[in-house]
Design a binder for this molecule. Structure first.
Ligand code: G1P
Length: 274
């Protein structure tokens, strides 16, 4: 039912400079896999095979990653190293990838609106690759959310409790719990100051959005930091009772920060992932 996943991937990754000077931040590897590949795998795990990637200047490595490298294939064919490519080859076979460029960086809401041309008029998932998630119980976070969509049929945001002093890094919700771990959202604020935060329930980079969000985004005024915020557009849906927040099962690492990135690397390494 959810067939497409949008990956906003136009951001500069300033927190990882100089590593991200000539390389997209989405290509930073946790062990041997780039962040965006983890994201694509999570989407596939949720039954999604159409990847819609919003890129920008300097992001061509992402397109090359999800394509065949004939030179490399030729070099390692029949050697003991061939298995290194098995996983990525499998992904490329199972998925289609389409790209559009965000010409100006005007915020996450604007990036999502830029992706409309790849999504069309259907509900879709959004995955921010720098939030690296490891779902528990064998189901990825998107997969858990897609299941929830089948019941609620409205926009869904993934949330997690964060320490109070960190709320200003996130979109934060006010909501009433309607089932264990599932909330009806009635307010949301992008990166509030500690004293203005309605709770410590923070939105993390997984969304399911209904396509009316595009219409809303078209008229959403720049908000926090002068950017068009998805949180502000979602608030309009929330006022009509049409946003669910889901406290996902699993762990999430903020790979947009060096600390989170190191934590993720150690966690995946200890788990024997390669
Ligand atoms: C974005 C969203 C924010 C959300 C966060 C999750 O912020 O605007 O609401 O909480 O992703 O990672 P960013 O981290 O891109 O500044």
């Amino acid at each position: 039912m959810i067939k497409k996943c949008l990956f906003p991937a136009a951001g500069y990754g300033t927190r990882f400079l100089p590593a991200t000077k000539a390389m997209p931040k989405e290509m930073l590897p946790v062990l041997t896999k780039p962040l965006i590949q983890y994201g694509v795998e999570e989407a596939v795990d949720a039954g999604i095979h159409t990847m819609a990637i919003v890129t920008g200047r300097g992001k061509r490595a992402i397109e090359d990653h999800f394509d065949i490298s004939y030179e490399l294939e030729h070099q390692i064919k029949g050697t003991s190293k061939e298995h290194y490519l098995t996983e990525i080859r499998g992904l490329i076979e199972q998925c289609t990838f389409s790209y559009t460029r965000q010409v100006e960086m005007k915020g996450l809401g604007h990036a999502i609106l830029t992706g409309e041309t790849l999504i069309g008029n259907e509900p879709f998932a959004v995955l921010l690759a720098d939030d690296l998630c490891d779902g528990s119980g064998g189901a990825g976070v998107l997969s858990q959310m897609v299941r929830l969509y089948e019941t609620y049929r409205c926009s869904i945001v993934a949330i997690e409790e964060v320490p109070r002093e960190e709320v200003s890094k996130y979109g934060v919700i006010a909501a009433e719990e309607i089932e264990k771990g599932i909330y009806r959202v009635n307010d949301m604020v992008e990166k509030p100051a500690l004293e203005e935060a309605p709770s410590n329930l923070a939105i993390i980079g997984r969304y399911i959005l209904t396509p009316d969000i595009f219409e809303i985004l078209r008229t959403t005024k720049p908000g926090k930091n002068g950017e068009i915020q998805i949180t502000d557009a979602l608030l309009e849906q929330a006022r009509a009772g049409k946003v669910i927040a889901y406290r996902f099962q699993g762990r999430r690492f903020d790979c947009g920060s060096v600390d989170g990135f190191v934590e993720a690397t150690n966690y995946f390494y200890r788990q024997g992932r390669s």
